[in-house]
Design a protein around this ligand. Structure first.
Ligand code: PHE
Length: 480
């Protein structure tokens, strides 16, 4: 059974894909990774991967969705049948579902912090606070599992509500309100940063290239980040692509998504670093950049609490529009495969992901420096999950590129792309050779560097096993 959902307008896919792409990855992760990995050097690798690897895969993934008109797992099953090729390609759908589920679990915990900070800003709790007090207030939040779990539940619940309402009533309507609002807020934050921050220092930091600053781990992070920020390799784009109008241009849309996404990361990065440098603070703060350094800057500036509240609302909205794209591919699959109602499917996905999210909740307190995960994998549960997605997303992307490049027929691809012969040839070269080589290169080079690299593989196997068990239970209940 194929889906009969199609976006209401030709341009809705673009809106949805931008909504998925722009999120914590742009506002929280990009600035702190750039800050930790030498600014411009990181940006260079990141931008190169976005354009040489990200865009071609974005086109490929959308194409697989639109061509099959099914949720990612069913879509890949359909495509392997119609192309008489190995069912192993179905792993694209499964890898995506597993990553979506894992990412949602920690994404929601982090996004929950923004709920806390919106409240803190509005209540004026951090006005004129010194560095110690701001840092202490972050530590208090992180030290409290009930508080973290509460925000995690609120955030994931809100995302589930939107997806549960359906593709049109929930996702489309939600995005139509959220996305323009986010754009306006981003412009306000930027204007403010230009007026009172140190833009020159921010630009210098982000755009000066010191390639030597970039470690091997930095390369892997930049590459992982470019997949993460474009929502690639995990079914979100494929699921949305299944609803895309046949008339919309794949190439044009993919370039627009990548450009908007990169622009938002840069604007957010510039604004954040301008405020941070303006307040004389340290850019290499890590994940605390947005939650310690920035609130400190907000606390010191005139009208900062209001700006701060608005900023954290931006973070929340952007995270929400991404989280719904993490739920959709799995929910759509459950509806398609097991005839679950949409609310049932969404609940199944979200409740499981919520529970996995508790690992992240405890990664900041009880299990911050000592846990079974540290003994096995040398890192916290959250870090293990993050590493998993840094591996799964490029791997999924690699398989998508190979499938679109080698399995889809020339006729199908030209029918989908409807572009000139020369761009078609460039694209095919990129997905057939360049993207796979880039992913393989980063993987191979990083293997000896990452401590206990093989161990997260066991973690992956466990998660996949649990999935398979739950799945066979559903198959049994459903019959067939
Ligand atoms: N692209 C989103 C961000 O930058 C994260 C995301 C990844 C969303 C994968 C959906 C799928 O925050």
């Amino acid at each position: 059974m194929s889906t009969n959902n199609v976006w209401t307008h030709k341009g809705t896919f673009l809106l949805a894909a931008v909504g998925s792409a722009v999120g914590l990855g742009n506002l929280w992760r990009f600035p702190y990774l750039a800050g930790e990995n030498g600014g411009g050097a990181f940006l260079l690798v990141y931008a190169l991967t976005i354009f040489a690897v990200g865009i071609p895969i974005l086109i490929a993934e959308t194409m697989l969705g639109r061509n099959s008109r099914r949720s990612p797992i069913m879509g890949m099953r359909f495509l392997t049948r119609t192309h008489h090729t190995s069912r192993a390609w179905e792993s694209i759908g499964w890898l995506g579902a597993v990553s979506a589920f894992v990412i949602l679990s920690f994404y929601s915990v982090i996004a929950g912090w923004a709920i806390h900070y919106t409240g803190l800003m509005l209540s004026g709790g951090l006005i004129d606070a010194d560095a110690e007090r701001v840092a202490a207030s972050f530590d208090v939040l992180l030290a409290s599992p009930p508080l973290l779990a509460l925000y995690h539940s609120l955030f994931i619940g809100a995302s589930a509500l939107i997806v549960g309402l359906g593709v049109h009533r929930g996702i489309e309507n939600g995005l139509r309100i959220l996305m323009p609002a986010l754009f306006v807020i981003l412009m306000v934050v930027l204007a403010y940063a230009v007026m009172i921050g140190d833009m020159a220092a921010a630009a210098d930091f982000l755009f000066t290239f010191h390639l030597a600053d970039l470690s091997l781990e930095g390369w892997l992070e930049a590459m992982g980040q470019s997949f993460f920020t474009l929502s690639l390799g995990m079914g979100a784009i494929m699921a949305y692509g299944a609803y895309m109008s046949g008339d919309a241009s794949l190439t044009g849309t993919a370039f627009t998504v990548a450009i908007v996404d990169t622009a938002v990361a840069l604007v957010a990065g510039l604004a954040i670093f301008a405020l941070v440098f303006g307040a004389g603070l340290d850019p290499a703060e890590g994940p605390g950049l947005m939650f310690v350094t920035l609130p400190l800057a907000f606390g010191e500036m005139p009208g900062g609490t209001l700006l701060g509240a608005v900023f954290f609302l931006l973070v929340l909205g952007a995270a929400l529009s991404s989280a719904i794209s993490l739920i959709e591919p799995v929910a759509a699959y459950l509806v398609e495969r097991f005839d679950l109602s949409r609310p049932q499917a969404v609940s199944a996905m979200v409740v499981a992901s919520w529970a996995l999210g508790l690992l992240t909740v405890f990664s900041f307190n009880a299990w911050a420096s000592d846990s079974p995960f540290h003994e096995l994998f040398g890192r916290s549960p959250f870090a293990v999950l993050e590493l998993l997605t840094n591996i799964f997303m490029p791997l999924g992307g690699l398989l998508i590129a190979l499938f679109a490049g080698w399995v889809l027929t020339h006729g199908e691809v030209t029918k989908e792309m409807r572009t000139g012969a020369s761009w078609f040839r460039v694209w095919r070269l990129l997905v057939r050779f360049v993207a796979p080589a880039a992913v393989a290169f980063v993987f191979l080079r990083s293997i000896p560097q990452v401590q206990g690299y093989w161990v997260p593989a066991i973690g992956a196997a466990v998660i996949v096993g649990a999935f398979a068990a739950a799945h066979s239970f559903l198959v049994e209940r459903h019959g067939s």
